[in-house]
Design a protein around this ligand. Sequence first.
Ligand code: BDR
Ligand code: CA
Length: 310
Amino acid sequence: ARKIIIDTDPGQDDAVAILLALASPELDVLGLTAVAGNVPLALTEKNARKICELAGRPETRVFAGAVRPLTRPLVTAEHVHGRTGLDGPELPEPTMKLETQHAVDFIVETLMAEPEGTVTLCPLGPLTNIALAMIREPAIVPRIREIVLMGGGYFEQGNVTPSAEFNIYVDPQAADVVYRSGAPIVMMPLDVTHKALTTKARIERFRTMGTRVGTATAQLLDFFERFDEEKYGTDGGPLHDPCVIAYLLKPELFSGRQCNVQIETVSELTMGATVVDWWNITDGPRNALVMRDIDAEGFFALLTERIARL
Ligand code: BDR
Ligand code: CA
């Protein structure tokens, strides 16, 4: 199975991504590392444990990481995810323990211990923990198999400001470190995730599974879609983070191209913008495989088939 570390700030869509990974035998989840993002760290690490228990996988290792971005004050998104970050279902307080090791140390130690080129990082939130690990031990960078992340946007530029997507906006300095690192990056931007809309009919498929996880997933998505439906008038909400895990399972669901990506870290107006050289106008290094399209029906078919297994 492919070894992955999921770096996450749950978040309803993070939660569904974690469920998808834990339901998939092709993936070996070495650990979940929590970061401050949608809500503060004390909630994201707890939410990560709630989801492991919901999946029936309390042995999964969960680590807490950075409490705030590298240089900027933390910006959160309770207006999207609710006060707990995981509003929707009534999930019990977790009983599984949080690991005592710091998430950044776990990422470094794992990449140094596992054979080179075997561990994939899956960041679903601000890139603070990943950047800190690279700064702490630069020798991890050539050992990373791939970084498959949710973040950014180009034709669909922003969701938190007109020009920036939330994960990159919250910690643009960290994103800059990661995009300059030279590690192979696969990027799932808003251009893809805004095509992965839940819709009422798709949520019904989870509700009618008749399982605890299916019901909880429907409740998570019911809550999550409200924000986009009210704000943008779409049928359903964008299932951002699960696109990362779906790519590992079925890359053929996605298409894009290799290009140069740079992060805006100076202008307050466009802070956190991902400047994607889609047309290869410059000769900058093609540091990311930037996705643009998704087979949304195939994606939801995969997701429902896997969630039904839990
Ligand atoms: C990203 O921001 C968070 O609110 C979601 O969990 C997702 O990772 C989308 O911009
Ligand atoms: Ca997230």
